[in-house]
Design a protein around this ligand. Structure first.
Ligand SMILES: Cc1cc2nc3c(=O)[nH]c(=O)nc-3n(C[C@H](O)[C@H](O)[C@H](O)COP(=O)(O)O)c2cc1C
Length: 146
């Protein structure tokens, strides 16, 4: 998550660590879901630039960057792994959109981005793990037509 303006969370980039085994495969019951800060500071401009220069993304309260570790799907789904990865990204982004609406917020999906720039922001190589989608969430501007 690229956090720009979220109460209680300093601006920066955060990794959502799922509960489960650590890097050595050991399950530690005390190791639950957590946000791990990867970078400090306002990075709205950087994420907007990486999103093909879509300037509105710089002002979003938070931009979710959905990445996939491809081997996690490939060991099971083989040649269908990409299908599962991309469908899963769509499902999770849709859930975030619904959660945003439920909280009176707006969201916009982002598929237009420079792969290497976004991967670089979150420190992944684009091969073993790559960015597949992004979702910006924030307070929508009031629709003046309404
Ligand atoms: C797969 C996908 C990729 C999208 N990528 C972008 C994008 O990069 N930039 C953008 O402004 N909107 C993007 N959108 C959002 C669509 O433009 C948006 O759904 C459309 O404008 C309708 O929005 P509304 O239903 O809120 O009016 C994407 C939507 C989808 C489903």
């Amino acid at each position: 998550m690229v956090v720009n303006r979220v109460t209680g969370l300093p601006p920066g980039i955060y990794h959502y660590r799922v509960a489960g085994p650590n890097d050595d495969g050991v399950i530690d019951a005390g190791r639950g879901h957590a946000l791990e800060q990867l970078q400090d500071g306002p990075l709205g401009d950087a994420v907007a630039q990486a999103a093909l220069g879509q300037e509105w993304a710089a002002n979003a309260a938070v931009v979710f960057i959905w990445t996939a570790v491809f081997t996690r799907a490939r060991w099971k789904y083989r040649e269908r792994a990409f299908r599962y990865v991309y469908l899963d990204a769509g499902h999770i982004a849709a859930q975030v959109s619904l959660a945003a609406v439920a909280q009176g917020l707006g969201s916009c999906q982002i598929a237009a981005f420079f792969d290497e720039e976004v991967d670089g922001l979150v420190g992944i190589d684009g091969e073993d793990e790559g960015t597949v989608y992004m979702t910006a969430v924030g307070r929508p501007l009031t629709d003046k037509r309404a």
